[in-house]
Structure formats: structure tokens, C-alpha cells
Design a protein around this ligand. Structure first.
Ligand SMILES: Nc1ncnc2c1ncn2[C@@H]1O[C@H](COP(=O)(O)OP(=O)(O)OP(=O)(O)O)[C@@H](O)[C@H]1O
Length: 270
């Protein structure tokens, strides 16, 4: 793996990226790198600009300054179809045409790809992998929030099903799910990415999921800068940085799964 990563150019390179956040705040300038197969959780307080950054990386927004390079090429040099073959985006909210059934929504993930006789099988397998196999034939707009989230996850799985070393961008993919399903889908997402060598960048609010399933944390603060730290609950720098970010204390506790950071009941005074 190491020799492959040394030979492969950086998957995603963010150089001096700047953007507006609402009317008054700015994001950046940011300099960040994501290598092939890496897993990074993007954390920060609500409204700080996480989705905005993800949309800049997805080429859905244009920066005010700087560059996002994907596979060595500025995003402005990619066609929509070219990007769709190499990276998939799961946004925080989805608008879906009235009346589509679940497998049609999943098949939309492959709409920009060449026609494939295996397409229907891939859709069914992607739904199974996203714990949505039982929703085949159901109308999307009759599904619960958690069921819709699984179908949308299956859509991005279908898009990158037969791609290697691509990029998966997901924005709060587990927000509408119960704790058991959160864990199951977190493992489905990381397992899917690991098997194909995809890099994964996920906006999350759950610190424990971020620490347990990712290699690095990008901590986005209200001043528009990012701290890049290992996703290691045993690292005191991580505890300190999370405390400053969310303005709460975190207790470090030992669990059978290793160290964990648990929010304290009192608010931090400074
Ligand atoms: N289209 C838009 N027009 C105006 N303001 C916007 C727009 N999109 C986002 N914003 C503002 O930019 C700021 C950052 O929004 P963003 O969705 O990136 O934050 P976030 O960190 O992802 O938040 P959350 O954790 O609550 O999802 C917010 O104040 C938001 O109101």
C-alpha cells in the first residue's frame, strides 16, 4: 500500500482556497491534501462552513481564491461527466422527483456513466450494501428519513461501484439514523471505500464516529481555518482542539474499543 501511495499523485490538493461564508465571514485560506485511500472526518460547529467546503471540493461552488486540484488537475479543467466517473457526492439534503421508486433513485447514481448490462445488478448490490435491500420497489417519497438516507447512500455506492481509487464526499450521512444503524452504515461506508481504495471525506457531528472510523480530522473553526490532526482519542492535542472547537470539555475514558472522548455535562467557561 505504501509503495502504491508513494507512486500515486496526491488525489486532492487544496491550495490557498478562499471563499465567502454568508455575508460576513470567510473560509480559508486553506492548504490541505488528501491522499488515495485516506479517510478524513470534517468536524466543526454548526454553520461554520463544512458543507460549503465540501461543495467547493465537489465543484458545486466556485472559490473566491486559490485552487482545488483533483488527480493533479484544477477542478475547472474537469467536465461534469469526467468528475462523475471518479468521485461521488452525498449532500446533506436531496431533492428527488415525485414518485420515483427506490431503485430508480439509486440508478440515478449511474446516469452519467456509459450504459452497462450489469447496471441493474449493481443497483441491487449497492442497495444491499447500504442496508436498503428491503426497500426495493418502494416509492422514495413514502420512505422514512433514515430509509431515504440509506437509498441515497446506495446511489453513491452505485456510482463508484466499479471505480478504483476515487473520491467519496459525504455530508452528514448518518444524521437521520438510530445508533445501531449509524454504526452499521459507518462500517458499510468505510468498508466500501477500503475495498476499492477510495478516499473518503465525511462531514460529521459525532466525534466518536469520527475518532473510531477515520484516519485524520479536519477541524474547521469559526475563524475559517482548519486544524489537521490524527483521529486519535489518546492524543492530548486532539482533546484540547475539540474542546476549543466546541467550547465544551471532553473526558477521556477507556473503553473495550480503546480510548474515547465523552462530552462533559457542564459548558466550558472560556
Ligand atoms: N446559499 C446560501 N446563501 C446564503 N448563505 C448561505 C448559503 N449556504 C450557506 N450559507 C451560510 O453559510 C454558513 C455556512 O453554512 P454551511 O452549511 O456550510 O455550514 P455547516 O458547517 O455545514 O453547518 P451545519 O453543521 O449546521 O450543517 C451558514 O451561516 C449558512 O447560513
Amino acid at each position: 500500500m505504501m509503495s502504491r501511495m508513494m507512486m500515486t499523485p496526491c488525489l486532492l490538493e487544496i491550495v490557498g482556497l478562499q471563499a465567502c461564508i454568508g455575508a460576513e465571514r470567510r473560509l480559508g485560506p486553506l492548504d490541505l491534501r488528501l491522499e488515495v485511500g485516506e479517510r478524513v472526518a470534517l468536524l466543526g460547529p454548526s454553520g461554520v462552513g463544512k458543507s460549503t467546503l465540501l461543495r467547493l471540493i465537489a465543484a458545486e461552488l466556485t472559490p473566491q481564491g486559490g485552487q482545488v486540484r483533483f488527480e493533479g488537475r484544477d477542478l475547472t479543467g474537469w467536465s461534469g461527466a469526467g468528475l462523475a466517473r471518479r468521485r461521488a457526492v452525498l449532500p446533506q439534503s436531496h431533492a428527488v422527483a415525485f414518485g420515483l421508486n427506490a431503485e430508480l433513485v439509486v440508478a440515478l447514481g449511474r446516469a452519467a456513466l456509459d450504459p452497462d448490462p450489469q447496471g441493474a445488478d449493481i443497483v441491487a448490490e449497492a442497495m444491499a450494501q447500504a442496508c436498503a435491500g428491503h426497500l426495493l420497489g418502494r416509492r422514495f417519497d413514502t420512505l422514512s428519513g433514515g430509509e431515504q438516507a440509506r437509498v441515497q447512500l446506495a446511489r453513491v455506492f452505485a456510482q463508484l461501484w466499479d471505480v478504483e481509487a476515487g473520491l467519496l464526499l459525504v455530508d452528514e450521512p448518518l444524521a437521520a439514523l438510530d445508533p445501531g444503524l449509524q454504526l452499521e452504515l459507518m462500517e458499510a461506508i468505510t468498508g466500501f471505500a477500503r475495498m476499492r481504495g477510495h478516499a473518503l471525506l465525511a462531514v460529521l457531528h459525532d466525534v466518536q464516529l469520527a475518532l473510531g472510523h477515520f484516519g485524520r480530522l479536519w477541524l474547521l473553526g469559526p475563524e475559517g481555518g482548519i486544524r489537521d490532526l490524527p483521529a486519535d482519542a489518546g492524543d492530548e492535542r486532539v482533546r484540547q482542539a475539540l474542546q476549543a472547537l466546541y467550547r465544551i470539555d471532553f473526558h477521556r475514558v477507556d473503553t473495550p474499543d480503546g480510548p474515547a472522548l465523552v462530552p462533559a455535562r457542564h459548558r466550558r467557561s472560556v
